[in-house]
Design a protein around this ligand. Structure first.
Ligand code: HEM
Length: 466
């Protein structure tokens, strides 16, 4: 998934954003300042509420009751590590008050409603995926420029013809049949792990991480012994796209990206000499037909590797946590009265691992009547859209029976996840096999989450298996 980085909270970017104009100045179409009709004002303290019906805690601090929308306060909340543990109440208030919100701290727009997130993702003429160096905080642009040139070759950061060509080539080698053929591998991996698990275990590392890592290793033809170092590099890289003001994490991420580049350059070259029955060998075989350079294939390999596991591992872990809180749903699923597929959809909606994705405005235009300038960064809040009450009745309730469930966890339109089928199957088997064996599984404490706006994933999940 595409990611976006955050600038230092109130560093130079904050000041330059200030110089560009205040929040209300940037919203000339009446969506600014004292919005007395804002439902937020009739619900003081809503940010501190508990998520209804799910027993999932939200940050308990209350917002001051004001009659003027205070953008700075929302900005500060957006950056607050505690809010990032459970950001949905904040998103909900933004959706009600300012669905298109200029964040000074992020130096970009944040869009939080289902309708407008879809508009941003659908309109590829107005909103480009070529985010370039803007995905990073401004103070790191110089340092990150060389790596940005490599990232620009990934399909997720491309538009138009080059994106269509890459998607078409990928469909050739990674279609529905290829994805379905991976089910036995997922099953065998889950089965092997379940046999070995001790009664008390940290489930993320002992189970939910191992399934997608094994799958992506098989798909890309990677030797098992290389997986720990590759996994570490991928995680460090993802962290770098979400750090603000943390130069060390940024440097670590930069080093990891070069490490991945070096690794996959060698890996692809080996597959060119000695092809196997894996996706890279097939891509290499198609390369001349599509006219892509070696570097472009290396970029796609890195993209697949990085996107292919963090999302899945976290959804298995968050699904496990949610189900442990809803034993009646587990009972119904185990007895076949609720389908595991609908559970997977609801976990993806409720705890979307890809919380947001970024675009760049290619022209002056507007979203929901709010003026957006050419060159502005626009963050499409997928997770926020997935809690939009206009689309989801009682959005803060975990309800696998909801129909339809038009969540945007896999994105929308041109760049929608091409591996959604595979992701769904990994999560379905990961959860169903776990709970069929251990229907009374208990999560020992509330999980912590990464404090990242883009990829929000479970950090650890201690459980007792019953
Ligand atoms: C729970 C699992 C997953 C979730 C929630 C997820 C989510 C997403 C989202 C939201 C996007 C769109 C990003 C955008 O519009 O900027 C995307 C794109 C993508 N995903 Fe996934 N993904 C998952 C699993 C996977 C897996 C398993 C793979 C590969 C093995 C994968 C490969 C990709 C690729 C290559 C793209 C770029 C598509 C394009 O730009 O056309 N994803 N994913």
């Amino acid at each position: 998934m595409k990611t976006f980085g955050m600038p230092a909270t109130y560093g130079p970017e904050f000041l330059s954003a200030r110089l560009r104009g205040s929040d209300s100045e940037r919203q000339p179409h009446g969506n600014s300042g004292s919005s007395t009709s804002c439902p937020f004002h009739s619900e003081p303290g809503a940010v501190g509420r508990k998520d209804a019906a799910t027993s999932v805690e939200t940050p308990s601090r209350e917002l001051p009751s004001k009659h003027v929308f205070d953008g700075d306060m929302f900005d500060a909340r957006l950056m607050d590590p505690e809010t990032l543990q459970r950001p949905y109440a904040l998103y909900s208030n933004l959706g009600k008050c300012k669905p298109v919100f200029w964040s000074n701290a992020m130096s970009r727009w944040l869009v939080t409603t289902h309708e407008h997130v879809r508009e941003v993702l659908r309109d590829t003429d107005r909103f480009s995926s070529q985010v370039g160096v803007q995905m990073f905080p401004r103070e790191h642009w110089l340092m990150m420029r060389p790596v940005t040139n490599e990232l620009a070759k990934m399909m997720i950061f491309s538009d138009g013809e080059s994106h269509r060509g890459l998607r078409c080539m990928m469909r050739h080698v990674f279609d529905a049949n290829a994805m379905k053929s991976l089910s036995p591998l997922i099953q065998q991996t889950a089965d092997r792990l379940l046999r070995q698990l001790p009664q008390r275990t940290e489930l993320l590392s002992s189970y939910s991480e191992t399934i997608p890592v094994a799958v992506i290793a098989h798909v890309l033809g990677l030797p098992e012994r290389d997986m720990p170092k590759l996994h570490k590099m991928a995680t460090q890289w993802v962290n770098a796209t979400a750090v603000y003001g943390n130069r060390t994490a940024m440097l670590r991420g930069l080093k990891s990206m070069w490490g991945l580049h070096k690794y996959f350059s060698r890996h692809n070259a080996n597959k060119r000499k000695k092809p196997g029955n894996d996706l890279i060998s097939r891509l290499v075989g198609l390369q001349s037909e599509y006219g892509f350079s070696d570097d472009v294939l290396v970029a796609q390999a890195i993209l697949l590797f990085v996107t292919g596991h963090e999302t899945v591992q976290s959804t298995i872990a968050s699904g496990c946590y949610l189900l442990s809180k809803h034993p009646q749903i587990v009972q119904q699923a185990v007895s076949g009265n609720i389908s595991w597929k609908s559970i997977v959809e609801e976990v993806l909606r409720f705890e979307s691992p890809a919380q947001a994705t970024m675009r760049i405005a290619t022209q002056d235009s507007d979203i929901a009547g709010v003026s957006i300038r050419k060159g502005d960064g626009v963050v499409a809040g997928l997770a926020a859209a997935n809690r939009d009450p206009k689309v989801f009745e009682r959005p803060d309730e975990f309800n696998p029976q909801r129909k339809p469930n038009r969540h945007l966890a896999f994105g929308f339109s041109t760049h929608a996840c091409p591996a959604a089928l595979l992701g769904r199957e990994e999560i379905r088997l990961g959860l169903s096999m776990l709970f069929q064996r251990y229907p009374n599984l208990k999560v020992d404490c509330t999980p912590r989450w990464t404090t990242r706006h883009n990829f929000r994933t479970v950090v650890e999940l201690p459980v007792t298996l019953w």
